[in-house]
Design a protein around this ligand. Structure first.
Ligand code: NAD
Length: 485
């Protein structure tokens, strides 16, 4: 396996403002999924590391250096971090591509700029987190509310968009005045560790941001820690359920962004070429490793074959390769495990009797590549139409009765996102109201914006990120009564 070492790698954890190197500790390798080569080894945090990180965050929360900081100064720290990240954007994008696999067009064009924008957006909120006054029916009192931070927040992130999803949590948590302990996914820790170095450079007081690396055990220790006030988690529904159960027992606050199986509805009057282009983008962004990926396509029976053939041809024409190669449209999956899982679903789809459109052959290599697989003639009960695959496997299902569309789209345990393609804006909006999903896009590929609430219904999660919703999720309301008598 080729060694692919990135220049200027940061592999130290961050606890109480000090770098914690791997030297003398258990380590875990992180690999370039396009080659299988080891990029770096990062520390496997121990229970003592988790305790130290939470203790540092708790001290920082109660300190004048952070708790006493004026809002405008807290906003400036976030803005400084945004500037540092922007100045280092190229290196961050290359590192994300090397560790995660996403093409540079995704890392440089989306992940890193989105993270920068999130930091700036939440810097703006810092000075606008207001309470209310209310006209109580009690004589001689003044009443007002304050919105206060929660305390130490554990931020646990997945491997598909490591930097961006971290910042979706970090920016509002800090804007609201919390302190944090971050645990990145074990497959993709490197951009998080590089950001930790920038946190120090930006001048955040010691202990405000701590980063511990390692596997599920480290996450479990954080979730169970009695001094953690809130867990914000993005990842699988199964782990989310386990976290919510623990948080329920301990009465911790919890936000969960979990899996999805987004339906894409293509009505008879839709612009098929626009729908094909938008669905290729929505279905194959980051090789389908997107919780909101468009994965089950309900197409009017009259246009089913045309749509499926065009979708399959478009998918087959996308260039697979190392994400650092500018011509690459599809990178590898993040790990051998995810590659095998996606190929297993291709096998399942064939066995279930769906029609698999031609896939270009895969060249030999060590990377975890999967050619997109487009199935047509899929029926509602097939596993490929029901289960989250998190890879480039797309299912096209015909429909005859438009009145059944909402019910078929909603026949899923998930409810993260949905998309509707129709030239009739009334039809599209009526459907949008009936689809049970946290986000519905109409005639467009998936988009995100710091100002647009993001999160799931049903098994796709609890709570919303982005916009004011994230500030609410990282604060609590205090009522203050004053006697005027
Ligand atoms: P995962 O849920 O296993 O892991 C996510 C994070 O949680 C990692 O940092 C992991 O180390 C940690 N973790 C694992 N077990 C834990 C536990 N018991 N307690 C605390 N932390 C724990 O997810 P995965 O296997 O890395 O990803 C696969 C699935 O995650 C996908 O199929 C998809 O459903 C989901 N996913 C969703 C999103 C999203 O944005 N909604 C993003 C990525 C992945």
């Amino acid at each position: 396996m080729a060694e692919h070492r990135h220049p200027d790698l940061h592999t130290d954890m961050l606890i109480d403002g000090a770098p914690v190197p791997a030297a003398g500790r258990a380590v875990r390798a992180t690999v370039d999924p396009a080659t299988g080569g080891v990029i770096a080894e990062v520390p496997e945090a121990t229970a003592a590391d988790v305790d130290a990180a939470v203790a540092a965050a708790a001290r920082a929360f109660g300190s004048d250096a952070w708790g006493g900081l004026l809002p405008a100064a807290r906003a400036r720290l976030l803005l400084r971090l945004a500037d540092l990240l922007e100045a280092d954007a190229e290196a961050f994008a290359a590192l994300e591509t090397t560790d995660q696999g996403q093409p540079l067009a995704v890392s440089a064009g989306f992940s890193v700029p989105n993270a920068v924008e999130h930091l700036r957006y939440y810097a703006g909120w810092v000075t606008k987190i207001t309470g209310v006054t209310a006209p109580l029916s009690v004589p001689d009192v003044d009443y007002r509310t304050r919105r206060e931070p929660l305390g130490v927040c554990a931020l646990i992130t997945p491997w598909n968009f490591p930097l961006m999803i971290l910042v979706w949590k970090l920016a509002p948590a800090l804007a609201a005045g919390n302190t944090v302990v971050v645990k990145p996914a074990e497959q993709t820790p490197l951009t998080t560790l590089r950001l930790a170095a920038l946190v120090r450079e930006a001048g955040f007081p010691d202990g405000v941001v701590n980063v511990v690396t390692g596997g599920p055990e480290v996450g479990r220790a954080l979730v169970a820690h009695p001094d953690v006030a809130k867990v914000s988690f993005t990842g699988s529904t199964e782990v989310g359920r386990e976290i919510a159960a623990g948080a329920g027992r301990d009465l911790k606050r919890v936000s969960l962004e979990l899996g999805g199986k987004a339906p894409s509805i293509i009505t008879a009057d839709a612009d098929i070429d626009a729908a094909v282009a938008g669905n290729l983008m929505g279905g194959l962004l980051n090789s389908g490793q997107v919780c909101a990926a468009y994965t089950r396509f309900y197409v009017d029976a009259a246009r089913h074959d045309e749509f499926a053939e065009k979708l399959a041809a478009g998918a087959a024409s996308m260039k697979l390769g190392h994400g650092l190669d500018g011509a690459t449209r599809l990178g590898p999956l993040v790990s051998a495990e995810q590659r095998d899982r996606a190929e297993e679903y291709v096998r399942i789809g064939r066995e279930e009797g769906a029609h698999l459109h031609d896939r270009a052959p895969l060249e030999d290599g060590d990377g975890y590549f999967v050619r997109p697989a487009v199935f047509s003639g899929v029926t509602d009960g097939m596993r490929i139409a029901r289960e989250e695959i998190f890879g480039p496997v797309l299912s096209v299902l015909p429909y005859d009765d438009p009145d059944e569309l909402a019910a078929r789209a909603n026949d899923s345990r998930y409810g993260l996102a949905a998309v509707i393609w129709s030239r009739d804006i009334g039809t599209a909006n009526r459907l949008a109201a009936r689809v049970r999903a946290g986000t519905v896009w109409i005639n467009m590929p998936p988009m995100l914006d710091a100002a647009a609430a993001w999160g799931g219904m049903k098994d796709s999660g609890l709570g919303r990120e982005m916009g004011w919703s994230a500030i609410e999720a990282f604060t609590q309301v205090k009522s203050i009564w004053t006697s005027l008598a």
